[in-house]
Structure formats: C-alpha cells, structure tokens
Design a protein around this ligand. Sequence first.
Ligand code: SF4
Length: 528
Amino acid sequence: MISTILSKNQQFDIILISGEYYDDHPLSPVGIIARVLDAKGYSVGIIEKPKTKEDFTRLGTPKLFFGVTPGTVDSMLYNYTPLKRSRMQDPHSFITEIPVRAVIFYCNKLREYFPGCQLVIGGVEASLRRFAHYDYWDNKIRKSILLDSRANILVYGNGEKQIIEIAKRVKEKKELKGIPGTCVLSKELPPGFSLLPAFQEIKGEDENSKISFCKMQTLFTLHKNLAQEYDNNYVLQYQSPQYTAMDLDWIYSLPYSRKLHPKSLLRMAKFSIVTHRGCIGRCNFCSITLHQSDKIISRSEGNILEEIKRLAQHPEFKGYVDDLGGPAANMYGMDCAVSCRRACLSCPKLDRSHARLIQLLRTARKIPRIKKIFVRSGVRYDLALESKEYLRELSDHHLSGCLKIAPEHFSKRVLQLMNKNYGDFDEFLKQFNVLNQDKKQSLRYYLMIGHPGDDEKETKFLVNKVKELQNVEQFQLFTPTPMTVSTCMYWTGLNPFTLKRVKVLHSFREKKKLRDMLLRVIRKPNPE
Ligand code: SF4
C-alpha cells in the first residue's frame, strides 16, 4: 500500500521524504522505490517537499525507517545557476522549490522531530557525495554526506535491491553492515576494503592534497569495497550489486498508474519507456558511471513490448509513446557478457550493430493502437555512425522534428579532456542530412563551455562550428558536480590520470567572456 495520507489507527512501515513531487511512474526514483517496497508487502507513506514541522510529522512515525531523497538532481543544481545565481529569482531557470543541501536539511529535521529513528538516504545527491568531494558552491572539500546528514545508511545507484534488503534487516532487527550498494560509518576497517586517501590528506588546497585528491578520483569505482578514513571513523562503500535484465524487467513491470502530480517534472514524459540502464560513454563531466553503471543492462524485448501494450490500454493514451530510451537512447542491447572493467567504447568486442534496438523498434511500431514511438533521449552519434540502418529507422519513424545529439565542443583538446573525442561529427551530419532532406527534421545539440581546458582560444573552435551549423539554440556552462573526473580537474588543475596540468577558468568574468562569445553567434539568446 502506498499513500500520501495517513488513515486512522494506521502506521506506515516506511515513510519516504522526497524533494520532488510524487509521481507513480517508472521514470520517478521515488515512484519506483515506493512500488518496489509495496510489492514486497510494506506499507509506504510519502511526504513531498516538506518544509514545516507539520509537513514532516503528518504521517506519524514509521515502524521501520525514513527514506530521504531530493530526487533526480542534486539540490544545489536546482537552486543555483552555473554562475551561482539563485534560480529562485531567475524565472528562466526556476525549476522546482527545494531546500539547499536538501539531504542534510531533511535529515536534521527528522533527527529533531523523530529522535532515534532510522534514516536511509539515497538519490543522486547522497550517492555522489558518499565520499569526500569538492563542493562548487562552497568552493571547498566537504566530508562524506553520511557524516553531515547523520543518516544510518546511504544507498548509491538506483537502489531497488538495496532498499529491499535494508527493509528486511530493519524488520528483523539485524545490523545494516555489508549490504551491497550501500555505505555506512564504521569504527573498524574490515578486511577486503581498498583504502582511499583519508579526508585529512585531501581536504587541503596545497599541491600534495590536490595530488591525493587526484589519486582518490582514480580509485573511485562501483565495483569494489572502498573505505575512507575520517578522524576515528571509516566511510565504508560495499561494492554495487549486479543488476540484471531480469531485475529490470521486474522493476518496470510493477503496476505504475503513471498518475502525475499537477506540477510534475515528468509532464512531457508521461508515456515514456525505459529500455536500459547504464552508459558506456564515460564522459568525464558525467557521474552516471559512479552512480548507475558504466555497463549496459538492457531489459528483455518481450518485457518492453508488454509495457508498450499496457500503455496502449491506458485511458489517457493517445497513441504516442513519448520516448523509448535510456541515458543514451542507442545503447540498448550493447550489453556484454564479459563485463570487464575496460572502456567498452574502444573495445572490439562491443556489439555496435544496433541490431537488437532496430528489431525492438520495428516490432513495437506494429503494436495495435500505437501511432508513433518517439526517440527523444539523446543519441550517441559516434555509435549511430556504425549503423546506417539504425539512422534510417530513426529518421523514417521515430523523430519529433529533431534528433538530440551531444557533441559538447569542437576543440580537440577540450574533447579529449571531456573523454568525448569519439566519432566523425561531419560524417554524421552528412548522413543525417541525406536521410532527412525532405523530412523537415533537424539536429539539436548539447554544447558545453567552460569545461577544464576550455578558454577563449579553444572556444573559438566551437564558435566557428556554431556559425557553420546555424541552428544552435542553446548551450550550457560547465558546472563542477561531485565525484566527476572533470570536477577533479576543476579543483586540482590536474588531469587525475596523468597529473599533467590543465588550464581551468575559475572567475565569472572569464566564464562570461566565453558565454558572450557564443551568445553572439547562436540563433536565440540563452539567459545563461
Ligand atoms: S569486453 Fe569490451 S565490450 Fe565487453 S565489457 Fe569489456 S570493454 Fe566492454
């Protein structure tokens, strides 16, 4: 049973505190966790965006624990623009109201109103702040959020398996140590853990501290037990559990009503379908590798097709699937049985044929009541170049006027530091234009300025390309978010893998210069 209301004489097993509105939807992290716990027989209460004591206490005390998550994005990104201006005052970029440092804020309130209650933290904010990290908004190194929030346990990644195990252990009054995919505090350092540089070693601004910070960055992985020392404590990370196609099939087969909150962020994605998790891109500015997975886990075709058939029976469904995809739409089916630690994008064993995806799209289009299936997730153009057939399928059947790709930049140096120097963009552009010349379909670009290594000289490459492309509408300014390689470069001025110096622009004046260079050539002004 899942509810946002407490009925008389009722006590929930678990209460979820969410920084986002609650949607009973497979694209909502809280929506999924609630359905998973419900499927395991727990009663789940949900409190959305609490502010006052009344908000926090209106569902009473849970029998087992509070689960706390700001949602899909770090609350600092919701609150501040890349130039650290408050979004509250910025109508162009206001997204949703959420407290600053939401995990810590919510936990402090729960500790105040429910002393002794078990607190479980999760979501992107907790996950990527699980170890010591550079915080752009404080411009300093912060401790693990596990210490700052005083939570009992931290779940990293999507967390379905973890939350089921935690609920079982709390119910059976067992300890919470040893659960794969979680972090806890420990006075002892158990055997089998790789030690990261201690907080004391990395928190400083001197050269040695920054070199230790780089070392920490190169040791980060989901696939190992890691430990970091703090004074007389250790933050212990238990390696991530393996998620399989069967796990995802079960998670996405749960009976989501797809009922959205009136102010939901998913309004444009009500009839979207997730086909896989993970990303093999390993872009240095992205954290999916250390949150979800650097390998692809694809659902089974049958399970996805069943979900589309269920969608077609939904009373509000008009025949249009809003999106069929994942972190990168065209990585579906690029699972690999070897699952080693190497980088798939440069591996000869990677299946780049797109065969499973093409077959899925063709079969799905034939399902009764399906008028059109859109692909609105971004596509990796370097991989799409490997399959003309896929690009034709996409262009002929699945675009809503545009295809989103993420070249990010056109300076070789910057692309290298982004680890995004793959594929021949001009060749892709040529192929796309040939396939779409009479279809009024165009490309939309994700572009980024201000990444470590970027400066006026490098941005000129981007400006010249944008002039050539003539339909660029927006770009983003690099924001250093916790736990990414690019953030390590931003803070240390070093490439963590080579310890070579990297030029980094820190001042707003320098960043605005790059922004203005691009604003002068793009089609429509972009506020920031
Ligand atoms: S063998 Fe290659 S494709 Fe497979 S997991 Fe390893 S790097 Fe990736």
